[in-house]
Design a protein around this ligand. Sequence first.
Ligand code: GLC
Length: 651
Amino acid sequence: MQNVRHLDPEARNLFLEARAACERPLSALPEAEQTIFLLRLERWFQNLVDGLRPVYGDRPEFGSFVSTLVRDMAEGFAARPDALRELDLERDLTPDWFQRESMLGYVFYVDRFAGTLEGVEEHLDYLTELDVTYVHLMSVLHARDGENDGGYAVQDYREVQPELGDRDDLQHVCTVLREQGISVCVDVVLNHSSDQHEWARRARAGETRYLDYFHTFEDRTAPDAFEESLNEVFPDLAPGNFTFVPDLGRWVWTTFHPYQWDLNWSNENVFLEINRIMLDLANLGVEVFRLDAVAFMWKRLGSNCQNQPEVHDLLQALRACSKIATPSVAHKAEAIVGPDDLVHYLGTGRRYGKVSNIAYHNSLMVHYWSSLASRDVRLMTHALREFPRTPASIAWATYIRCHDDIGWAIDDDDAAAVGLSGDAHRTFLTDYYAGHFEGSHARGAVFAENPRTGDRRVSGSAASLAGLELALEEDDDLLTALSIERLLLGHALMFSFGGVPLVYMGDELGMTNAYEYTRDPEIADDNRYLHRPRMDWARAERRRLEETVEGRLFRSLHGLVRARRRTPHLHAATSTDVLDSGNSRVFAFVRPHPLGNLVALFNFADRPQTLSTELLARRGLEQPYDQITQRYLDVQSGQISLSPYGRLWLI
Ligand code: GLC
């Protein structure tokens, strides 16, 4: 029945073996459903094998591993609720669903936004008011008790954090949101589980099967050898990459905190387990997986153990699994790495377009804050111009703030190309945003200072970093207005750059730093909680009052959302080509679309700026029309003017 000739000979044999293995689990389904599964299996099978082979292909039991994996997928598919199977079909027809200009993401900790999962449903109006189409629910899965890195130390991937509700509640919230056109994204931490996960407990109890789920060492020989080329993620909170675990009498690889145990992905059982977990969550209605800390998944002596090719192979294989069994699900890679490493998460070379659907555009975020501080876009323009090309089938996750700190991922060569020293600029940025630099209005804090390398990162909410906290404290109307404009500049930038824009909870209201975390001993040493506030619903009410900060921000931000929705040029499949605007304060790019070019302009200075209309005329915009304000620009003088922090989306 199936034409498997496009598979290579080994894959063809594996396919026939695997197809036999899924006969039983599929047998309960109507024939049409079985056919759909098998067609998808065939369609994605080569991608799957190409991902698995470099990692596990030389094992004698490779064939039976692939068959087990496919049988698991068939079981997952057979258990999939009808409504989700229908969504799968719909998305077979609209594979660009996450690339559309109507996409808008909103990111929050469930407890901090709404108390519980049920609470999220109660605040559905708030999400629909903003035209949100995607929510990233953070810290949903059952994390270890006590310290848990904000939920990123999972004890049970199949259970919901008890204070938030249970699996039924998760399924319910996914269903209710889906019916409103909102897709739910949940984290699956791929690099590590917690020391309280059943796998870790059983390893401690002496079961060798589970010891092999982790990287453990009997003495310091190997850890010392690895340490020579490793970095430290939390040099002050959790120095080093290995932890001695007395119950095991061994050293365990712990890239992040001592209670986060790195998973051993060279063990194919880990792959099988994670695939089953993803099937299970997808069947509850999760539509996007945020694959956490993926850069670290593969270890290689002599390297920094990040971005190894095996990671991209594993991610390609995991994505093929979703495409086969739960195809409405998209994968978002969380790899906060430099541009040349980042593009591989979207797929390059033989993996082109096959690795993840979405990846965070960390550089855009970093350069937004960098240009704001320096009031100069030359570094940003150079760095983003040099950015490697990406496949047309993917989307960036664009953002200006998230729950993590900001690391100044500025490339030394990029800095040198515009006459800056990378080190000096990074030092300036930390000083600026920690509020130590003369003339800075920012109120952030230094995070993860590393005395060995001199690296310092920054915490702080978008509003506080943009000057709003100080402005409100000093009751300074001008500074308040400028801070609001800075925030809107950032949102206009990330709404138009190409991808799924992610609004971080509270930024739409200008919520400033939350200092109360220092009173909670479990988190007091982690100043990332400065920008992990609790939603202030009384404050949110003020969005209805025109002249309040909340009202001004919320209304304008929503205006940008609507402008985005009426601008087809902003679909993520349209390329984004960064331009030299000819003015060192104005960042520019063009989105070349069959409807004509869209040129976006962003003034990073607190003074008005002008540009020659040449820039637009050369791109066919003789009578530029701004999609944000829905007005024609007056170009009689041959000049375009931009207000302080002004932004234009011109067609
Ligand atoms: C990701 C998360 C971060 C966490 C880390 C370890 O980077 O965003 O909050 O600390 O992974 O899981």
